[in-house]
Write a protein that binds this ligand. Structure first.
Ligand SMILES: Cc1cc2nc3c(=O)[nH]c(=O)nc-3n(C[C@H](O)[C@H](O)[C@H](O)COP(=O)(O)OP(=O)(O)OC[C@H]3O[C@@H](n4cnc5c(N)ncnc54)[C@H](O)[C@@H]3O)c2cc1C
Length: 825
């Protein structure tokens, strides 16, 4: 018994020291006390000899000179060669945004109060009125089919409507003539429009995301603000922003577009300016734009600007009617119809004060772009992805309840239940992540890492939802036409995946590899110290951060083991968390494991962090699951913990944790150093990977979503549905009728199966059933109405061949990119 108490006391002391990140001296004293106790009980065998040796070494390590010589300097030399180097453009990207909840997750001990104090969805009266008024009106006017197929363009009346109502100036401040809406309001407005027309939302989204408007608002000179912002806000200028070129896609900073500071003639006067040559492609709105935002590398051989010869990446505003600007031709991105195209210019002279922010801002272009991207990437694509997920869940649950095969609604079949459960989960989760992140941005954050995580997470899940919706709709989703409500979203999927940082790159390189540098409590400072050209100062700083880092790593290893062995049952949870306390605890437990694995990943990969992308991709997945779970728990609280949502929260939480464990398992199994895998595996996953939610839980949430009611309404909030029996309104109306007629339908089906009533086209089987007393008159009337509604819901469009024939093009000027590039080379 005494021995047991002794062991328990020793373990407790070890745990407390590790968790409190104790100094070497504290450890030395603790080990000495432990060894004395051993010696009293056991005499002086090998055990106690080892104890004294450990205490002695720990004590020595606590002496500053010894620590410097035998720990700090060897670690400094070893890590200097292997830690990832940070380039100037990376540094600017890293310093551009803010670190918030991501840093809490990286810490291993997230402070839940920081997440809970993010405000719930809040709109001003004006924003709410705009969402329910002009936004709904715009949705009613948008005809997805007409835009995608008939015009292959966004029609003028839609452009006029969005310009007249200020849609293009949502992010421009009121002071400068814009609407000055919050990030949350912009996100909801964009989501609603995209649920009606993905092409339609693009013309609103681009001016309200990374582009001239935001750049001028943040960095423009007073003259630029006074001139351009009111014009942009009212749609008198249509902006586009050109960064990407044929040879600089994901690696945009390697652009070949160049400007040289020189004197030239402008408006009949000799002026200091820039001679520009550029070749850009994929530029959204370029064919319609009147104002081109352009990124290029600026050189100043005569040092007019006093910044040396290579000034750096610079941004300028160029009216598209300026002499030499080539613009107007179109690409055809995945068959979508929003304007997108290339732009070029050769030796185009522009005055120096066309630089955004004036000559003082020359060379700061990359930092300006990254700063805007950190906020913008958190809004537009998450908004449209969440809207697509919600819309696909809304339409698919209605269709699956209406469409019958083998005498059953297809939604009641287990095979269909599976994708339906994914749709419901994605709709709930993506809306949670969208809403919470938009509130963070509304509160002033510019979340650099979260925006990257959310970009790839939301667009990937959106892709899954659209594919699931198509599977569930079968031929009804495939055959295009005015009544098809999936194809518009389907065509836009690859666009969302590719823009604002293509997903493969964003997942494998940015979200974790750069995320770790941005959000880890010590890593960035350590690398800065290792790269410091002043060696003594570098070693000084390195020692401090390395000491903290070592204690941090050890406390996370201990914490992870403890919480994993105790199943997170005593992990921290916020106060008053009510029925989700257990999930908060699991989040806490998972954050410990993540912090440990993330830390070791960085240490083990070192300079290979940017190369070992299969590992960093999985680490990013793990972080994404933690973020998603955090926002799901937060959403549930923000929504007032509706009892009806408890099942979906449990379902999402289980799946997030199972995917989190699977991602960590993949990371650990592929650590390049085998001993690390053997050592860390038992700490992080002592009982293996957690199981996802059971099939029964999936059935429960799908059954809830298959009927009209509060759960379904909350799940698919702020999605546009047409009124009455038109378009998507028809689906909702038919769903209500299907549920109301369920009992009568069963009677009819039984009679048909028994052969009492014949269901063939040449027979009115409902009348026959009424005549034979199977159905009452009222039931027969309802079923007849339902039969007509269902026929319209499942109908697909067909066309005369002449209707489908597009005008044959004989345009000999259509560019052959292959030939062009040969010429350019
Ligand atoms: C419809 C549409 C609209 C657009 N609108 C605009 C706009 O308005 N303005 C603008 O400037 N640009 C715009 N773009 C460009 C967009 O930002 C780029 O397409 C994107 O950055 C990717 O560049 P890329 O297409 O050249 O692909 P590439 O850079 O050639 O990449 C190809 C693949 O390789 C992957 N990859 C590349 N490097 C790495 C790496 N280091 N690690 C791992 N994977 C990597 C990418 O993830 C991608 O999957 C638009 C593009 C499209 C398609």
């Amino acid at each position: 018994m005494a021995n047991l108490i002794f062991v328990l006391l020793a373990l407790t002391a070890f745990f407390v020291l590790a968790m409190s990140r104790a100094s070497f001296r504290a450890w030395a004293i603790a080990v000495a006390i432990f060894t004395v106790s051993l010696q009293i009980g056991l005499g002086f065998p090998l055990w106690t000899f080892l104890g004294w040796l450990a205490a002695g070494l720990l004590f020595a390590a606590s002496i500053p000179d010894v620590k410097r010589k035998y720990i700090t300097l060897p670690a400094y030399s070893a890590l200097k060669g292997v830690m990832p180097a940070i380039s100037e453009t990376e540094r600017e990207a890293l310093e551009a945004g803010t670190a918030g909840w991501d840093a809490e997750l990286f810490s291993g001990t997230p402070d839940f109060a920081k997440l809970r104090c993010v405000p719930p969805i809040t709109l001003t009266d004006e924003e709410r009125a705009f969402l329910d008024g002009p936004t709904v009106e715009l949705c009613k006017r948008l005809s997805d089919w007409r835009i995608r197929h008939e015009l292959h363009d966004v029609p003028d009346d839609i452009w006029r409507f969005v310009c007249d109502h200020g849609f293009l100036g949502m992010l421009i401040s009121k002071e400068h003539g814009g609407l000055g809406f919050s990030a949350q309001a912009q996100s909801l407005i964009l989501g609603k429009i995209s649920s009606k027309s993905p092409d339609g939302v693009t013309i609103v989204m681009v001016p309200n995301s990374l582009g001239p408007g935001e750049l001028i608002e943040k960095y423009g000179t007073e003259t630029q603000k006074a001139h351009y912002l009111p014009r942009l806000a009212h749609g008198e200028e249509i902006p586009c922003f050109a960064l990407t070129g044929p040879f600089s896609g994901s690696d945009a900073a390697s652009m070949r577009d160049v400007g040289v500071v020189t004197k030239g003639m402008h408006d009949g006067k000799e002026t200091l300016g820039i001679k520009l040559t550029w070749d850009k492609r994929y530029i959204t709105l370029a064919p319609k734009a009147t104002l081109l935002g352009l990124a290029f590398r600026l050189f100043d051989p005569d040092n007019h600007l006093g910044k040396g010869e290579d000034v750096g990446i610079t941004l300028a505003l160029i009216p598209t009617d300026h002499e030499g600007v080539e613009i107007g031709r179109r690409h055809l991105p995945a068959g979508a119809a929003f304007p997108n195209g290339p732009t070029k210019g050769r030796d185009v002279f522009v005055p120096i004060d066309w630089i955004i922010g004036g000559p003082e801002r020359s060379g700061q272009g990359w930092r300006m772009l990254m700063s805007c991207l950190a906020a913008g990437r958190s809004i537009s694509l998450p908004a449209t992805s969440a809207a697509a997920a919600k819309a696909m869940a809304l339409r698919s649950t209605a269709y699956a309840r209406i469409r019958k095969q083998f005498g059953l609604p297809i939604g009641f079949m287990e095979g269909v239940e599976e994708p339906l459960a994914r749709l419901v989960e994605n709709a709930y989760g993506l809306e949670a992540a969208r809403a919470v992140t938009a509130s963070m941005v509304s509160a002033g954050e510019k979340p650099a890492v979260i925006s990257a995580l959310l970009k790839y997470l939301s667009t990937e899940r959106m892709r899954q939802s659209v594919n699931d919706a198509l599977d569930i709709h079968g031929g009804r989703g495939i055959c295009d036409g005015p009544s098809n409500y999936i194809q518009g979203a389907y065509q836009m999927v690859p666009v969302g995946i590719t823009v604002e940082g293509a997903n493969i790159l964003t997942r494998t390189l940015i979200a974790f590899a750069q995320g770790a540098l941005r959000s880890h409590p010590y890593l960035f400072a350590e690398i800065e110290a290792l790269q410091d050209t002043d060696r003594d100062r570098g070693i000084e700083t390195f020692e401090k951060t390395f000491d903290n880092h070592r204690a941090f790593l050890f406390s996370n290893a201990t914490g992870a083991l403890f919480h994993n062995l105790t199943f997170g049952s005593v992990a921290s949870a916020p106060q008053n968390a009510g029925d989700t306390t257990r999930w908060w605890r699991q989040l806490s437990r998972a954050a410990r494991s993540f912090a440990l694995v993330a830390d070791l990943t960085v240490v083990l990969l070192g300079g290979g962090l940017k190369v070992k992308q299969k590992i960093t991709g999985r680490t990013a997945d793990a972080l994404a699951e933690l973020y998603l779970l955090s926002t799901i728990l937060k959403r549930y609280e923000d929504d007032g913990r509706p009892a009806g949502d408890r099942l979906i929260v449990d379902y999402c939480a289980r799946n997030c944790l199972a995917r989190f464990d699977t991602a960590l398992r993949g990371v650990i199994d592929n650590f390049p150093v085998r001993w690390a895998a053997w050592l860390i595996g038992p700490l992080v996953l002592p009982f293996g990977v957690r199981r996802p939610a059971r099939d029964k839980a999936g059935k429960d949430i799908v059954r809830l979503a298959l009927q009209p009611g509060a759960f379904r309404d909350r799940l698919t909030r702020e999605i546009f549905t047409s009124e009455g029996e038109e378009g998507t309104g028809l689906l909702e109306q038919t769903l209500v009728k299907v549920v109301a007629c369920e009992e009568a339908e069963k009677k009819l089906e039984r009679a048909i199966r028994k052969g009492e009533v014949k269901r063939f086209y040449n027979n009115d089987w409902i009348k026959e059933a009424e005549a034979k007393g199977v159905l009452s008159a009222e039931e027969a009337r309802d079923l007849a109405e339902l039969r007509d509604l269902v026929a319209r819901v499942i109908a697909v469009d067909d066309f005369a061949a002449s209707e489908l024939a597009r005008e044959k093009t004989t345009d000999k000027t259509a560019s052959d990119p292959h030939q062009q590039h040969i010429a350019a080379e």
